[in-house]
Write a protein that binds this ligand. Sequence first.
Ligand SMILES: Nc1nc2c(ncn2[C@@H]2O[C@H](COP(=O)(O)OP(=O)(O)O)[C@@H](O)[C@H]2O)c(=O)[nH]1
Ligand SMILES: Nc1ncnc2c1ncn2[C@@H]1O[C@H](COP(=O)(O)OP(=O)(O)O)[C@@H](O)[C@H]1O
Length: 298
Amino acid sequence: MTEARRPPEVDRAAASRRAVAARRERAALKRDVSTRVITPQELLRRALADPESPAGAMRMPEFLTAIPAIGEGKRDRILTDLAISPVKRLGGLGARQRRDLMEFLDRRWPEPQPRAGRSRLVVLAGPTAVGKGTVAAYIKEHHPEIRLSVSATTRPPRPGEVEGEHYYFVDDAEFDRLVESGALLEHATVHNRYRYGTPRAPLEKVLAEGGTALLEIDLQGARQVRAADPSATLVFLLPPSWDELVDRLVGRGTEDAEERARRLRTARSELAAQNEFDYRVVNDDVATAAEEVVALAR
Ligand SMILES: Nc1nc2c(ncn2[C@@H]2O[C@H](COP(=O)(O)OP(=O)(O)O)[C@@H](O)[C@H]2O)c(=O)[nH]1
Ligand SMILES: Nc1ncnc2c1ncn2[C@@H]1O[C@H](COP(=O)(O)OP(=O)(O)O)[C@@H](O)[C@H]1O
């Protein structure tokens, strides 16, 4: 059947399927903003770049209430202050409205700015299952000159893990001794279970020789490194979207449903800490993300 002769109910069914898909895409985008996987400014930039995209089709009230800390009352005040009608779509904003909205967002939720003069001590952190281990493994394989720190942990080795290569596997008493003797630059209990820590001596050696050291550690550890060495380079790895983060966690298949739910709650609070970092890198494609981290490490 040709396009012209298709009965109207077929067109209507197709249109309704498209409307459902568009609503779903807008809901996913709102989730990305509310979980801080993307900044409101990023969503606005996407809408302005392509007014026909799901971001461009989003109405102002939907957009504003997706931003953490904006409820319905604040939303209406903001619309009045910016003199933007609630029926406006992001893609249809006029030049003045775009500028005023962007300035408002920058004032209220400044995006993190790279900090100059960073050292060669590089920390890679980010929410669970974003791909920290995968990106770190890629860097280790393709850029062996960047030395990946080997942590001590009380977690038992998994099949195939090699002592001294993946971790130093120690018991609780030995971990206590490492902490008490000051042998660890930082240490933390991760996911409420096992303890992990970064041995200080190998790091100091790499840095003293002018090398670059990469630490793949959790957020608590990243904060301790920042406190110990304010010039450390802190890189936050972001997923391309919240839904993709959930898919990666499920796809990895290493946690049961209850543990996954717990980790996703932690992930939300970790994403809220991304402004403490010097740089943010989106892990869409592993090689691209890894090369970005390497470029920052240099
Ligand atoms: N603070 C801190 N966290 C670490 C250290 N080593 C690894 N981690 C974190 O511990 C978590 C668990 O790592 P791992 O046991 O390899 O399990 P998986 O990431 O769930 O496969 C990850 O989030 C790592 O970033 C460390 O030395 N210090
Ligand atoms: N860029 C990517 N694209 C698709 N899948 C990825 C990507 N990076 C990592 N993954 C997958 O996501 C899952 C979580 O990655 P992992 O490195 O274990 O995360 P983390 O160390 O941050 O907990 C793994 O199954 C991994 O293969």
